[in-house]
Write a protein that binds this ligand. Sequence first.
Ligand code: C2E
Ligand code: MG
Ligand code: MG
Length: 382
Amino acid sequence: HNQGDRLLQSVARRLQECLRQSDTIVRQGGDEFIVILEDLQLPEQAGQIGAKLLETLASPYREDGYDFFLTASIGIALYPDDGDDADTLLRNADTAMYEGKSSGGNTVRFYTGRMNERLQSRVSLENGLRRALERDELQLHYQPQIDLASGRLLGAEALLRWNDGGRLIPPDQFIPVAEETGLIVPIGLWVLDTAIARAAAWRRHWQLRQGMGATPPRIAINLSARQFWGGGIAEHVLLRLEREGLPPSTIELEVTESVLLRQEADCLEELRRLREAGVGLALDDFGTGYSSLSYLRLLPIDTLKIDKSFIFPLDEDQDGEAAAIVRAILAMAHTLGHKVVAEGVERQTQLELLRAMGWDRFQGSLESRPLPPDAFLQRYCP
Ligand code: C2E
Ligand code: MG
Ligand code: MG
């Protein structure tokens, strides 16, 4: 706390040094400051001063022999265009600041009416999402995973769908909002519980149709990094499995490397516990994002899922870079003893290439798009 306070004081001093005697600086609370610039000749001047502030704030702060690096995000609202009272001006400056923050920070943004629209639609998405769980608007669809060598059905990935009053919203649109707001935690638990209950129902169904030795598809469940923060996720999964009477190997959890970006929660411990119990663990979207190879060694995974962006260009450029990367990933994964899954396989030629390389499993629209559970059963175990 003391160090933080001294840091804030240094920031305030730097702001003071940059501004005129007649300007006003206020600490709003936390790490937010308000600057009021009076008698601007031109709106652009506010932008120039903003840029100067960013630069001043960016040089390192020396505290107790350590260098601290800070960046700021600045939002600007202009009187009278962006509001003619203090509340409106502050609110709009705040909106502009958040826009800057969410695009990576360390920027100056002027408020625009369009920001307000974006904010509005974001707020209504967020509100809708808050109610989606209570109103039973979430569904899981299942996409088959096929063994390349035998053509057998091996698994099914559970993929979240939100039916917002008849409008099906794709996860790419609402999962980022769910992650930012923390709503992904209750939603993610719902996904886990629903998918595990489905795995149990399918096991009974398969055994009924094909005899006690039948193996239903293993259900793959996506987990967001945020679901690991508080701890306890392994416990939850194992308890659920036990309650449903399911062997842990009937499910697989898909995580991305981002689970390791925050060190404070002991994600690795949780993952190891799940792995030791027999739950399958897959690294999703491999090849995008950070893809630090050292994570491959650290994560106790048994399966690697290569991102669809590597599969798309595969057949157009058979001897080119895409194929070389796919081959290299396969060789690396197999050397580490992992299975490999290709996602987004849309064309037969892509499939043939993967087969020739010795790839293990695939999913994609070539076999089937994600299906509602009834349609899945109808197709794979009528
Ligand atoms: P993902 O886990 O990498 O899922 C694969 C995505 O590829 C799915 O998109 C799937 O529908 C899509 N896909 C499958 N085959 C093809 C194909 O042949 N061509 C093309 N173009 N796309 C194909 P979807 O269902 O829109 O999900 C997008 C992402 O949302 C998922 O990517 C995952 O990151 C996230 N997500 C989905 N459900 C959940 C969930 O329950 N929890 C969490 N945390 N994330 C989820
Ligand atoms: Mg996935
Ligand atoms: Mg993926």
